[in-house]
Design a protein around this ligand. Structure first.
Ligand SMILES: *Cc1c(COP(=O)(O)O)cnc(C)c1O
Length: 384
């Protein structure tokens, strides 16, 4: 590879030298649990001994993710939540305080509130795009981590990663950025001062709605060693086939994100001009409160668009049921467009909490189909 390879060169080649045994250009799926050892307790062939600890297909993915995020070490997990759980167990202890976005991914809130709270970890929701509120939420010496999602899910608020990193570091806290929505192609949190980057690779990194996975990337050896220990000790690792699917997805990440961004810009502009739409949440719109920050911090604005319809919750549910090209379903980040009702679907677990979202809200994961077909589909669904 060239000395400073570009993003797509890294996506296609980092960690993915042709297989030394066969010359296979594509990293094989090493479907093996164990590896021959040269002698009892002696040196091992290739350094592998058991696939929970390390597997060559997973290593390729981990090196590729690290290269894309500009970090030194990557770790791949069975799901985004498995990555989060391993991270929390690696950096927190009873009494640890975590600041997280008040509209965080529902599963992240549930993991902290329903699982880790029982072990003495306190999660404090704060509006992460409001710097003064983040500063108030941080408890110097007590806050272990400030958790950032940007853009947030489902309201697409933008948080200032560099400014929050300054606040958090001054108070002795780590900064974790869930970069699932933006991907490393659109946003590079480590370069902005974050300590840990988290992905649900289920979404854009995999990109084809055919795998569930997670990843962590860091640039600090001390945190990396803690993660390495806990990844092996807990064992929530990505299997070789899953790792291979994510690796394949990563190769086209840049071209997919360009097209997702193109299509989402068209969809957001269309919705903003539609009489049945009250409000559109998309950082690419000039009217979005985080637009200027997003412009500085991101390469483009990504494929997620949320909007509120006139006519309340029932109208939102009707629109979700009426699209034909756009599939009704949870998840996001695949080549196909998806529509969902956060209040009753992805964010149902936060109803009645500070994280509750409006009932007339709809979230779109704008896919890479032909934009005209998506606009026509939304038009007929909103008219129905
Ligand atoms: C999906 C998602 C997660 C959780 O990942 P899984 O792979 O479903 O476990 C975490 N954060 C964000 C922003 C997500 O969209």
């Amino acid at each position: 590879m060239p000395e400073q390879p570009g993003f797509s060169t890294r996506a296609i080649h980092a960690g993915q030298e042709p297989d030394p045994a066969t010359g296979s250009v594509i990293t094989p799926i090493y479907a093996t649990s164990t590896y021959i050892q040269d002698g009892v307790g002696g040196t091992r062939t290739g350094g592998y001994e058991y696939s929970r600890s390390a597997n060559p297909t997973r290593t390729a993915l981990e090196e590729c993710m690290a290269a894309l995020e500009g970090g030194s070490r990557g770790f791949a997990f069975a799901s985004g939540l498995a990555a989060e759980d391993t991270l929390l167990r690696s950096i927190c202890e009873p009494g640890s305080h975590v600041v997280l976005p008040h509209d965080a991914y529902g599963g992240t809130f549930r993991l902290l509130d329903k699982v880790h709270r029982r072990w003495g970890i306190v999660a404090d929701p704060a509006p992460i795009s409001d710097l003064a509120a983040v500063e108030r939420a941080i408890r110097p010496g007590e806050t272990t981590a400030v958790w950032i999602e940007t853009p947030t899910n489902p309201l697409l608020a933008i948080a200032d990663i560099a400014a929050i990193a300054d606040l958090a570091h001054a108070a002795g806290a780590l900064v974790v950025v869930d970069n699932t929505f933006a991907t490393p192609y659109l946003q590079q949190p480590l370069a902005l001062g974050a300590d840990v980057v988290l992905h649900s690779t289920t979404k854009y990194c995999g990109g084809h709605s055919d795998v569930v996975g997670g990843a962590l990337v860091v640039d600090d050896e001390e945190i990396a060693e803690k993660l390495k220990f806990h990844q092996n000790a807990i064992g929530a690792v990505a299997g070789p086939f899953d790792a291979w699917l994510v690796l394949r997805g990563l190769k086209t990440l840049a071209v997919r994100m360009e097209r997702h961004s193109d299509n989402a810009e068209q969809v957001a502009a269309f919705l903003a001009g539609h009489s049945a739409v009250r409000e559109v949440f998309f950082p690419g719109l000039d009217s979005h409160p985080g637009h200027d920050l997003a412009k500085r911090q991101m390469r483009r604005y990504g494929g997620m668009v949320s909007f509120r319809v006139t006519g309340g919750e029932q109208h939102a549910l009707d629109v979700c049921a009426a699209t034909k090209v756009i599939t009704l379903g949870e998840s996001l980040g695949g080549v196909e467009s998806l529509i969902e009702h956060p209040g009753k679907m992805t964010h149902a677990s936060v109803v009645g909490t500070a994280l509750e979202v409006p009932g007339d809200l709809i979230r779109l994961s704008v896919g890479i189909e032909d934009a005209d077909d998506l606009l026509a589909d939304l038009d007929q669904a909103l008219a129905g």
